[in-house]
Write a protein that binds this ligand. Structure first.
Ligand SMILES: [Zn+2]
Length: 233
């Protein structure tokens, strides 16, 4: 019986390794990150429209003394719904998730082609993925993840929205990304909390005494460059 069991295990190992060899090592394609259009580079008229809706997302978070909020706007430039972070109920209830959930409940839609979502902070990997799964045309954000994490010490999964967007080939959908809209206003929702007891504080690798390849403080993680050892000491 023992020998039979051993034989089965050995066969499983052999077939397992054959199966493993069939798998390509590069099943995910290294697509270059898509651009994040900067608010300052937009034509004034277009920027004003985005600022108007960002102000509404900001008003939502100011009303609850919060940080992350989002509004969703349809093709007719009508605000359909909004939401703010409700992390006290569930840590996955980020502002964008709450807004999308609200919108589905209000409109009965599962996807939002031709819609734009305005969010005070750059979507984290979870929210950027949710925005892509729900087929938004565009996401417009205020504060950059790189700023929140590297410069203000907010805990974040430090992957920029455009890097997640670059993997959109897997669901055949990409979104246009515009960043920095009313950034000076949205940044105020994310004060510098480095060295404080704020529950969201983090010592970012870009600031700690980390001696491996540490991201430079750049607005785009897609432009990562290692700093020299002397710089990181
Ligand atoms: Zn998020």
């Amino acid at each position: 019986m023992k020998f039979l069991l051993l034989a089965v295990v050995l066969l499983a190992c052999v077939f397992g390794s054959i199966e493993a060899k069939k798998c390509p090592s590069d099943w995910a394609f290294p697509v270059a990150p898509s651009d994040i259009k900067l608010a300052k580079d937009l034509p004034v008229a277009e920027r004003k429209v985005h600022e108007k809706f960002m102000k509404q997302a900001l008003d939502l978070v100011i009303a609850v003394n919060g940080k992350f909020g989002a509004v969703i706007v349809d093709a007719n430039n009508t605000v359909v719904c909004g939401g703010v972070n409700m992390g006290a109920i569930s840590r996955i209830y980020h502002g964008e998730i709450v807004a999308i959930k609200n919108c589905s409940e209000i409109t009965g839609k599962a996807t939002f082609q031709d819609h734009t979502i305005y969010t005070t902070g750059e979507p984290c990997p979870m929210c950027q993925s949710a925005i892509m799964w729900t087929k938004f045309k565009r996401v417009v954000f205020g504060s950059f993840i790189s700023n929140m994490y590297c410069e203000r010490c907010f805990n974040q999964i430090p992957i920029a929205s455009n890097i997640i967007n670059a993997a959109g080939y897997g669901i055949n959908h990409y979104v246009d990304i515009i960043g920095g809209v009313l950034e000076s206003e949205t940044d105020k929702r994310f004060p510098v909390i480095c060295g404080t007891n704020d529950p969201f504080v983090m010592v970012p690798m870009c600031q700690s005494n980390w001696n491996r390849s540490c991201p430079k403080r750049t607005r785009f993680f897609g432009e990562l460059q290692p700093v020299s050892d002397s710089e990181s000491d």
